[in-house]
Design a protein around this ligand. Structure first.
Ligand code: FE2
Ligand code: FE2
Length: 211
C-alpha cells in the first residue's frame, strides 16, 4: 500500500538541494528574452498554485478520513510529498522573483472543499478525486516540459527547473496509480465525477497562469 514511501527514501533532501542550487533570478541573465521570462513566470506561478491546491485537497481528505485506518496512512503519505513539492515551488517562486497568483486563497478553499466533499462521498470518490486531479497535473507538467524545450539550456536555471518538474510529474503520476489501485474507478458516477473535477482543474490552471 505505501508504495510512495518505499519508492522515495528522502524526497525532501533531494528536492531542497535542487531548489537551493537554483541560481539568481532569471531576469538578470542576458540569455533570456522577455517572452521566455514571461513563460517562466507563468509556469512557476501556476505550479506553485497547483501545489497549494494539492496540499489543501489532501488536507480536506485527511480531515474526513483521519479515523480510517486504511486510508489515513495512504493519504498522509501522498500529502507529505505534496508538502515537499510546495516547499520547492515556494523557493523557486522567491528565487525567480515571480509574483504568486492572486488566487492562492481561492485555491486553498476550493482544494480543501474538493478533498473533503469527495472523501465524504466515500473512499472510492476520494480516490477518484485524486485520480482526476493527478491526471490533469501530470499532463500539465508534461506540457510544461515540452514548452521548456524552447528555453535556452545554457542558462543553469532551465535544466534545473526541467529536472524538478520531471520529478514532480513522476510523483503525481505515482499518486494517480495509487488512486486507481485503491478503487478510484469504483466511485459512484466515476465518469461524471472525473470529468467535472478534471475540467475544473483545467480552468484553474489557465486562470492561475494569468491572475
Ligand atoms: Fe504535487
Ligand atoms: Fe500529487
Amino acid at each position: 500500500m505505501l508504495r510512495v514511501a518505499a519508492s522515495r527514501a528522502q524526497p525532501s533532501a533531494a528536492y531542497l538541494k535542487k531548489a537551493n542550487a537554483a541560481l539568481p533570478a532569471v531576469s538578470t541573465t542576458p540569455h533570456i528574452s522577455d517572452a521566455q521570462r514571461q513563460q517562466l513566470d507563468s509556469a512557476l506561478r501556476v505550479d506553485q498554485a497547483g501545489e497549494i491546491a494539492a496540499n489543501y485537497i489532501y488536507m480536506g481528505q485527511m480531515f474526513v478520513l483521519r479515523r480510517d485506518p486504511a486510508m489515513k496512512p495512504l493519504v498522509q503519505e501522498m500529502w507529505e510529498q505534496e508538502k515537499k513539492h510546495l516547499e520547492v515551488m515556494d523557493k523557486l517562486q522567491l528565487q525567480h522573483r515571480v509574483r504568486p497568483t492572486l488566487l492562492s486563497d481561492v485555491a486553498k478553499v476550493a482544494g480543501f472543499g474538493l478533498g473533503a466533499a469527495t472523501a465524504m462521498m466515500g473512499k472510492e470518490a476520494a480516490m477518484a478525486c485524486t485520480e482526476a486531479v493527478e491526471t490533469v497535473i501530470g499532463e500539465h507538467y508534461d506540457d510544461q516540459l515540452r514548452e521548456m524545450e524552447s528555453l535556452p539550456s545554457d542558462h543553469p536555471s532551465v535544466p534545473l527547473l526541467r529536472e524538478v518538474i520531471r520529478e514532480f510529474r513522476d510523483d503525481e503520476l505515482e499518486h494517480l496509480d495509487i488512486a486507481v489501485e485503491h478503487d478510484a474507478q469504483r466511485a459512484p458516477a466515476h465518469a461524471l465525477l472525473s470529468s467535472i473535477i478534471g475540467a475544473g482543474c483545467k480552468v484553474a490552471i489557465e486562470l492561475c497562469k494569468r491572475v
